[in-house]
Design a protein around this ligand. Sequence first.
Ligand code: AMP
Ligand code: MG
Length: 358
Amino acid sequence: MVKVLKVNPIRPEAERIALAARVLKSGGTVAFPTETVYGLGANCFSDSACSKIFAAKGRQPDNPLIVHLSTIKELPMVAREVPTSLEELLKRLWPGPLSVVLPKRDEVSQVASAGLPTVAVRVPAHPVALALIREAGVPVAAPSANTSTRPSPTRASHVIDDLGAKIDIVLDGGEAFFGIESTVIRPSGSGVEVLRPGPFTLDELRKHFGTTIVAESNHPSGAPPSPGMKYLHYSPKKPLVLAGSVECIKALNAELTKRGLISEAICTSDQVQGLAGPTRLLGSGKDIYEVAKNLYSAIRDFDQGSSDIGIISAFPEEGIGFAIMNRIRRACGDRIAEHPDQVKKLCDLLDSSRRGSL
Ligand code: AMP
Ligand code: MG
C-alpha cells in the first residue's frame, strides 16, 4: 500500500521531500501536487521507472509523458536545439502551467516519450514539486496521477482512490491550485500550435508567442498532432451530459425524470435557483477559476453518488473557460443539448445506450 506523507504546500518539510526524492532516485514512483493537478513522477532517464507509471495508470504506451524540471537551467538535460529566442521567453514564463514540445535528447527514456523524437517539458509553479525535483537531482516524467480515462486528481485522496495499491509514495500537499492540466504547445511557423488548452490562456499565448493555432483532434492527415487527443479522457463511469443553458438543464431534468431516471445538475450557485432534483455546486459563476478548481472533484463525487445521470452546464469559452469547456466536452462526448429542443433526441440516445449496456 502507498505511503502517504503530508507536506506543507508552501514550505515543504525537508526530510519528507528527501524521503520521496530517494524513492525517485532508486526507480520508484511518487505522486505530488503541482499548480495544475497531482502528477505521478518517475526518473525520466530510466525506462523501467517510467514503465511503472504506464503500468499503474493503465496508460496506452503511445501516449507520452511531460518531463518536469526544477529550473530552466535543466532544459539542456532533456531537450536539443532550443532557439535562443524561445529560451529567453521561457525564462520569463516558467515556472508555470505551460508545457512545450521540443526535440528530445537521447538520454530521455523512450518509454517516457512513447518513441517520439520530441519531449514535452515544463517547470511547475508549486513549492512541493520544485523541492522534490531539485532534491531528486533528475528531471521527473509525470503525467496526471489518475487511472487513465478518469478525471485528473486535484487532491491526494483522488490519487489514493485511483492508484493507492500501485505506487510508492503520495506527497499530500492539499488541493492543486488551478485544477486543470497544463497548456501544451509546440513551436509552429512563426508562432505556436496548442495541443492541449490549459490555464496558460490563448490570450497569453498570443501576447507572448504571436500566431496561436488550436490543433484539431480530427486532423485531416488522420494522425492527431498529440497522441493524448485520441483517447477517452476526464470521464466518469456514469453518463454525463452537457447542457448549453439553464433552460436545457431544466428540460433535461424534466425529461429524464419522466423516464424514471434521477439526474443531478453540476452547476454554479448562480444557476442553481429553481432547479429540481439533486445539485452539485462548482462554486460561484462569477469566479471561473473556482469552477476550474472544483470541476474534477465534482465529477468524481457525482460518479460515487446515487444519481443515474449528471447534467453539467456550459461556460463561456474565454480565459481558462476555454480549457474548462475542452475538458467538459471530452467528458461528455456526443451527449450534448445546446438548445432545449435537442433534449428529447439526447434522452433517446441515452436510453438506447443504457439498453445496450444492460
Ligand atoms: P498528461 O501527462 O496526462 O498530462 O498528458 C500529457 C499530454 O501531453 C498528452 O495529451 C500527451 O499526448 C501530450 N504530449 C506529451 N508529450 C508530447 C509530445 N512529445 N508531442 C505531442 N504531445 C505530447
Ligand atoms: Mg492525464
